[in-house]
Ligand binder design. Structure first.
Ligand code: F6R
Length: 369
C-alpha cells in the first residue's frame, strides 16, 4: 500500500509530479485556452467579481498566500487571504461581487466550512478548491475546482499542497483569460510553462540525497528559521510548519524583509536558517535583496541552507549549503522550492525515530471548531 516506500508521506512526496500533472489534465484546449466547464458558475458571474477572499487553514492557507501573489499579478483583482477561523469571527468586507475561494484537502475542515457558510450568508459567490469528491465544503459552495492529488493518507500535507497551488494558478489564469487582451495572452504562456512543472519536480526529487544527509546530521537541532520573499514567503512558512508537525522542532518562517525589523536578533552562531531565493529574473531586484539578507545573517554566524535555482552563482559565497532547484518563472517557483523543505522535515523526523505519518496530537481532518 506504501508502494515500496517506508511511509505514506514519502510516497506522497514522490507522487507530486502526478498531483500537479493530473490537476492540470483536461483543463486546456490544444492552444492553451482554459476550459472550466465543471465550475458550475457562469462566465458572467465571474466577470463581475471585483475582489477575492481566500479562506483556509494551515498548509492550505499557505497555498492561498501563493495564490494571492499570482492571481493579483495575472488579473489585477485584489486578493486577500484570511485564516478561516479568523474570517468567521470578524466583520469581513464581503458582498455579492466578492468571490470567496476556500481551499481544503479534506473538504471537511470545520473552520473552513463555517467560513464558507458565513460568506454565503453575506451574499458572496463561493468557490471550493478541494481534493475530496463529495465532501461537505464543495457541496456547500456555489462552485468547485477539484485538485487531483489522489487520496492523501499522511497527516502532514504534501502532494495536496502542490495540487492546491496548481488549481489556484488555473483559477487565476482562467480569470485572466476572461479579462481578455494581454491578460489572456499571458495566461496561455503561463499554462504552457505549468505543463513543464511535473517533469521539473520529478527531476528535483532525484537530487535529494544531500538534503536527506543534512536532515540526518541535524537530529539534535532545537530551532530552525526559514526566510523567503514574495511567493517564497508562504513557502518559508510551510517549511517551518512541516518541521514543527513532523520533527517537533521549534521553527519559524519570516518574510526576509522583516529580518531587520526584529527577527535578526535571533541570529547567533550556528543557528540554522533556510533561505528560499527567488530566481535572478524576479522583478524588483528581489534576488539581490535576498542574497544580501543571506550575507547579513551569515556575517552573524548563521548556518545558511540556501535553496536557489540552478546556475545562480551569487548565493555561493554566503551559503553553507546550496540546494538547487530547476529554473522556472518567479511565480511558479513554489512548486519546486517547497520540495526540499518537505524532504528535510520527513528525514529529520525519521532521524529522531518519530512517526512520520501520524505526528502526535494531530488529526488528518479537523472536524471540530
Ligand atoms: C499541515 C496540514 C494542516 C492542513 C489544515 C487544513 O501539514 O495538514 O495544516 O493543511 O488542517 O486541512 P484541509 O486542507 O483538509 O482543510
Amino acid at each position: 500500500e506504501k508502494g515500496g516506500y517506508d511511509t505514506f508521506m514519502e510516497k506522497e512526496i514522490h507522487e507530486q509530479p502526478h498531483a500537479v500533472g493530473d490537476t492540470l489534465l483536461g483543463r486546456t484546449k490544444e492552444d492553451g485556452e482554459l476550459v472550466l466547464d465543471e465550475l458550475r458558475i457562469s462566465e458572467e458571474q465571474l466577470t463581475n467579481i471585483d475582489r477575492i477572499t481566500i479562506v483556509a487553514c494551515g498548509t492550505a492557507a499557505y497555498a492561498g498566500t501563493v495564490a494571492k501573489y499570482a492571481i493579483e499579478h495575472w488579473t489585477r483583482i485584489p486578493v486577500e487571504v484570511s485564516l478561516a477561523h479568523e474570517f468567521r469571527y470578524s466583520d469581513p468586507i464581503v458582498n455579492e461581487r466578492t468571490l470567496v475561494v476556500s481551499i481544503s484537502q479534506s473538504g471537511e475542515t470545520m473552520d473552513t466550512l463555517m467560513a464558507v457558510k458565513h460568506a454565503t450568508e453575506l451574499g458572496a459567490l463561493t468557490l471550493s478548491i478541494c481534493n475530496t469528491h463529495g465532501s461537505t465544503i464543495p457541496r456547500e459552495s456555489d462552485a468547485v475546482l477539484y485538485t487531483h492529488a489522489g487520496p492523501e493518507i499522511a497527516v502532514a500535507s504534501t502532494k495536496a499542497f502542490l495540487a492546491q497551488i496548481t488549481a489556484s494558478y488555473i483559477l487565476g489564469l482562467y480569470l485572466a483569460q476572461l479579462r481578455g487582451g494581454t491578460y489572456a495572452d499571458d495566461a496561455k504562456a503561463v499554462m504552457r510553462e505549468l505543463h513543464e512543472m511535473p517533469a521539473k519536480i520529478e527531476e528535483l526529487l532525484g537530487t535529494m540525497d544531500r538534503v536527506k544527509e543534512i536532515a540526518r546530521f541535524m537530529a539534535d537541532t532545537r530551532s530552525v528559521l526559514f526566510l523567503g520573499r514574495n511567493v517564497g514567503f508562504p513557502i518559508a512558512m510551510e517549511g517551518a510548519l512541516k518541521l514543527k508537525e513532523l520533527a517537533y522542532i521549534h521553527a519559524e518562517g519570516f518574510a526576509a524583509g522583516e529580518l531587520k525589523h526584529g527577527p535578526i536578533a535571533l541570529i547567533e552562531p550556528g543557528q540554522p536558517v533556510f533561505i528560499v531565493v527567488p530566481g535572478p529574473d524576479t522583478p524588483h531586484e528581489l534576488h539581490k535583496k535576498v542574497v544580501s539578507n543571506i550575507q547579513e545573517i551569515r556575517a552573524r554566524g548563521a548556518r545558511t541552507l540556501v535553496i536557489a535555482e540552478e546556475g545562480d552563482e551569487d548565493v555561493v559565497p554566503f551559503a553553507d549549503e546550496v540546494i538547487r532547484v530547476p529554473k522556472s518563472s518567479p511565480l511558479l517557483q513554489p512548486l519546486l522550492t517547497v520540495v526540499p523543505l518537505q524532504v528535510f522535515a520527513l528525514h529529520l523526523s525519521t532521524a529522531k525515530g518519530l512517526d512520520v505519518d501520524q505526528p502526535r496530537n494531530l488529526a488528518k481532518s479537523v472536524t471540530v471548531e
